[in-house]
Design a protein around this ligand. Sequence first.
Ligand code: 5GP
Length: 194
Amino acid sequence: MVVNQGIGDPGLCECVLPGHQLKRLYEAEDIAAGVRRVATAIADQTMSAQLLCVPVLKGSLMFAADLLRVLPPTVEVDFLGVSSYQGGASSSGIVKLTRDISTSIEDRDVLVIEDIVDTGLTIRYLLDTLALRKPRSLRVASLLDKPSRRVVEVPIDFCAFKIPDLFVVGYGLDYAEAYRGLPYLAELTLPEHS
Ligand code: 5GP
């Protein structure tokens, strides 16, 4: 499964699936700085100490884990699961809730934690769904934002990095469930025929 590729080229990773190319975009230190910036901005807002963080599985797992470690310890957490990419590199456009939170959010300050906002359809669906449950406030923190791909307007209250239209993997983000464990963020280029 693992092939050596691009050894000697510092822009390319050597551990990829056949035909795939990874080009590093943000190293672990860049990501850590981005997470600190987002955490500071969240803490600067007047949200209650009992903020409920809602990471969206699975892509936001690393971002949420790092963010939670620098937010006040009274912050609570519950998880949402959605699928819209169904394993590929382009969105199906159909958002499906695969896991709901078990916490009541009525009159709570809620922060949805996303890995990336692309068309905006997923976060729009989640915000509309959660708003019906009458939270006191509902905000979004996303590690990445691809504004040029937007199909629906969505508010992103906190964002670490705005990026162009690239397919990104690593630090929780996958391609067909691979690459989530990479400690850095990279652009994935697929073979011509895929
Ligand atoms: P949207 O509904 O905004 O189009 O897409 C949101 C979801 O699509 C993200 O939460 C993420 O799971 C997936 N996605 C969008 N762009 C990328 C990307 O560049 N890389 C990966 N791995 N997933 C993406």
